[in-house]
Design a protein around this ligand. Structure first.
Ligand code: HEC
Ligand code: HEC
Ligand code: HEC
Ligand code: HEC
Ligand code: HEC
Ligand code: HEC
Ligand code: HEC
Ligand code: HEC
Ligand code: HEC
Length: 432
């Protein structure tokens, strides 16, 4: 221990006790003080640095950053000594400073926490901790492992400073923003040069243009239907394909389950490599119409089937039956409208008409087994409904004309009575 000069001991002793007390108070308060100092050591210098590249990270690491909100600071990702205001000492080798991570090091920075179940449980007990392992199975992860740094890393999709909760509408991975996030690369022909599809053709860069023309985009954007898919719903957030799907080409069934069940019964499901995609495409899915079914030049079926084969016959048959029910529904609708205009109550028939319409929809679903029999069963049930509507409608119209005749007869009778009365009154007056 240091030896104090003798002459100080007397009066200074009291002062020292005071200082020691103050130091103790400071020491107790230290954790909180150190935390704000932690933020300020790196942050203060970086925020004020004239270079935007150096100041942006500090500015973006603001109030909306999920990591800041949970109490993390620069050093949780970069290492270094947060209490130093001197650049060199703050980043001395002994501080574990890592600098700007790149490539595989980015995955390591993020997964240090996100793959650590014990740590993540403290903050978000239900959150998955498989992002890095899933990522490793994706094309992105496999390419990165080979040293290709043009692919997406955690950083490309989430950012590093200013990371938001995925449920935040401003997050780059919020449903409405995903297409833009993915296509900052996938719609950039320069970045995507050199990559090829399995058949050797260049990897397309048209996914966004096509997706924006699809029924799915329309549902999401025009009707704000967040259950409609965007890129990650079909391709997975992190892995090669969404969990439980196996291959991306099987993804449609996760949402269109009944279609997938019917399709699985068909001959097509045995021979089509791409399932639904063979007929509907993947990115530019248009609203299907009945014109796709059948043997017209514009139908899908004739691209593979030709006159005489079973597929051709089935296509013609199913289309003809569908057209029959459509025509019957149109007839019934007109009849109901006529009867209602004549003042008849047609509530029950209108309900039945809607039910017949449901059979039409059901037939279009059933059609995906590509077997005319079950389609016919559904359509016949629909036709039975329209036949009953027509009988009821005709009866209502008959009733209207019966009432009209009745009215005319009674009006005639009343007129006769009036005339007879008038004649009688006149003859009485004449007698007077
Ligand atoms: C006194 C100012 C100052 C302090 C304190 C400071 N930095 Fe820096 N930092 C800079 C400057 C200037 C650069 C640019 C590179 C250089 O000059 O070394 C930089 C570069 C960086 C880089 C980029 C390195 C690279 O590899 O490109 C990171 C990351 C970084 N600092 C993080 C931190 C962290 C974390 C802390 C706190 C532990 C911190 N800085 C403290 C001034 C500072
Ligand atoms: C959640 C982890 C994380 C946190 C927290 C974090 N960073 Fe970073 N930082 C990164 C990653 C990842 C990169 C690489 C970014 C890139 O390649 O564009 C990076 C890059 C940087 C760079 C280099 C920028 C460039 O383009 O050259 C600087 C400077 C930096 N960070 C400073 C900070 C400062 C200062 C803080 C605290 C205010 C901070 N970072 C907090 C992960 C983080
Ligand atoms: C190609 C883009 C992409 C990459 C690369 C990516 N993510 Fe994600 N991440 C997403 C999407 C999309 C979601 C889901 C958003 C949602 O649920 O709506 C997500 C969700 C998350 C979530 C929320 C929990 C969860 O799993 O749903 C965390 C945490 C996360 N990512 C961390 C990471 C980490 C760590 C990495 C790197 C190993 C990474 N992400 C790489 C796109 C990406
Ligand atoms: C020091 C530990 C740590 C590091 C390093 C870290 N994170 Fe996080 N991250 C967390 C915690 C804790 C949460 C909060 C989870 C919660 O409460 O929902 C979180 C939340 C997130 C979320 C939001 C998840 C949600 O629930 O919506 C994303 C996205 C995310 N981190 C991405 C990243 C990325 C990308 C990196 C690397 C640049 C990274 N994290 C590095 C600990 C960390
Ligand atoms: C930082 C740029 C970048 C971002 C962001 C990005 N990707 Fe990629 N992605 C690439 C590159 C580069 C490849 C080429 C790798 C290859 O094919 O070998 C690729 C490959 C793919 C492939 C495989 C293509 C194939 O058949 O070879 C799919 C699928 C894919 N990305 C989907 C997505 C989705 C979905 C998102 C958004 C959630 C996304 N990517 C975000 C750069 C990116
Ligand atoms: C409805 C599901 C679905 C959506 C939404 C979707 N994809 Fe795809 N995507 C697929 C399927 C299925 C394939 C594989 C088709 C095949 O094997 O021919 C594919 C193939 C790809 C490929 C490989 C190259 C190619 O074009 O064939 C890339 C890259 C890709 N998608 C990126 C994206 C991006 C980026 C988005 C968002 C803008 C997106 N996808 C939206 C289902 C989807
Ligand atoms: C994440 C769920 C989801 C996935 C995955 C998905 N879809 Fe859809 N799909 C929807 C929603 C929601 C609608 C809009 C329904 C509506 O218009 O009412 C829709 C609409 C459609 C329509 C138009 C239906 C109509 O009556 O107009 C077709 C066709 C279609 N999807 C085919 C596919 C195909 C093919 C795939 C696979 C490549 C696929 N979908 C993947 C949810 C999904
Ligand atoms: C062999 C071609 C073919 C295949 C394969 C196929 N579809 Fe279709 N799909 C059609 C045709 C044709 C229509 C139009 C039927 C009509 O309107 O009469 C249609 C219509 C639809 C509709 C709209 C139904 C409606 O009510 O208007 C959806 C949704 C749909 N298909 C989803 C799927 C899904 C999901 C798969 C895979 C499981 C699939 N399709 C496989 C040819 C196909
Ligand atoms: C991409 C090519 C392709 C398209 C498009 C296609 N088919 Fe097929 N279909 C086939 C092949 C190949 C077979 C099996 C060989 C055969 O029997 O002709 C088949 C078989 C069938 C069968 C079973 C025939 C049997 O002998 O059991 C029916 C029914 C059928 N298709 C109906 C349709 C209908 C209806 C459409 C239009 C909605 C259609 N197909 C569109 C290729 C296609």
């Amino acid at each position: 221990m240091a030896t104090w000069p003798r002459n100080l001991i007397g009066p200074a002793k009291a002062g020292l006790y005071i200082l020691a007390g103050a130091a103790l108070v400071l020491a107790v308060a230290a954790p909180a003080a150190a935390q704000s100092a932690q933020a300020s050591g790196c942050e203060t210098c970086h925020k004020e640095h004239p270079s935007p590249v150096l100041s942006a990270p500090a500015k973006d690491f603001g109030a909306t950053d999920v990591h800041r909100e949970r109490g993390f600071t620069c050093v949780d990702c970069h290492g270094g000594n947060p209490n130093e205001t001197d650049k060199v000492r703050a980043k001395a080798p002994s501080t574990g400073f890592k600098g700007k991570p790149a490539g595989q090091a980015i995955i390591a920075v993020c997964s240090r926490c996100h793959s650590d179940g014990t740590l993540m449980r403290k903050y978000a007990p239900k959150q998955r901790i498989d992002q890095a392992t899933e990522y490793a199975t994706s094309v992105h992860g496999q390419q990165l492992a080979k040293g290709d740094t043009k692919v997406a890393t955690c950083l490309s999709c989430h950012g590093a400073h200013g990371v938001r909760l995925v449920s935040d509408a401003k997050s780059p991975v919020y449903p409405g923003n995903v297409a833009a996030t993915c296509t900052q690369c996938h719609a950039d022909p320069e970045r995507m040069t050199g990559y090829k599809l399995p058949d050797g053709s260049p990897l397309p860069t048209d996914q966004r243009v096509k997706y924006e023309r699809s029924v799915h985009h329309a549902a999401m954007v025009q009707r704000n239907d967040l259950s409609a898919p965007t890129c990650n719903d079909c391709h997975g957030n992190h892995g090669a394909a969404p969990p439980g799907v196996g291959a991306v080409t099987n993804v449609c069934g996760t949402c269109h389950g009944v279609f997938a069940t019917k399709f699985a019964l068909s001959t097509h499901s045995q021979i089509f490599d791409k399932g639904c995609v063979e007929c509907h495409s993947n990115h530019e899915i248009a609203k299907p119409t009945d014109a796709l079914l059948g043997t017209d030049k514009t139908s899908l079926c004739v691209t593979c089937h030709s006159e005489g084969d079973n597929g051709f016959k089935a296509a013609a048959g199913m289309r003809t039956e569908i057209e029959k029910l459509k025509a019957a529904i149109d007839r019934s609708r007109t009849l109901i409208a006529t009867a209602e205009n004549a003042g008849m109550e047609m509530g029950a028939q209108s309900l039945a008409l809607r039910e017949a319409g449901n059979h039409l929809t059901l037939a279009r679903t059933e059609m995906h087994a590509f077997d005319p029999k079950p389609v016919d069963t559904v359509l016949q049930a629909g036709l039975a409904l329209t036949a009953k509507i027509d009988t009821d409608g005709q009866a209502a119209l008959d009733e209207v004309s019966f009432r009209k005749t009745g009215l005319a007869v009674s009006l005639g009778a009343i007129l006769l009575v009036v005339v007879a009365l008038w004649l009688k009154i006149r003859s009485l007056k004449a007698a007077d």
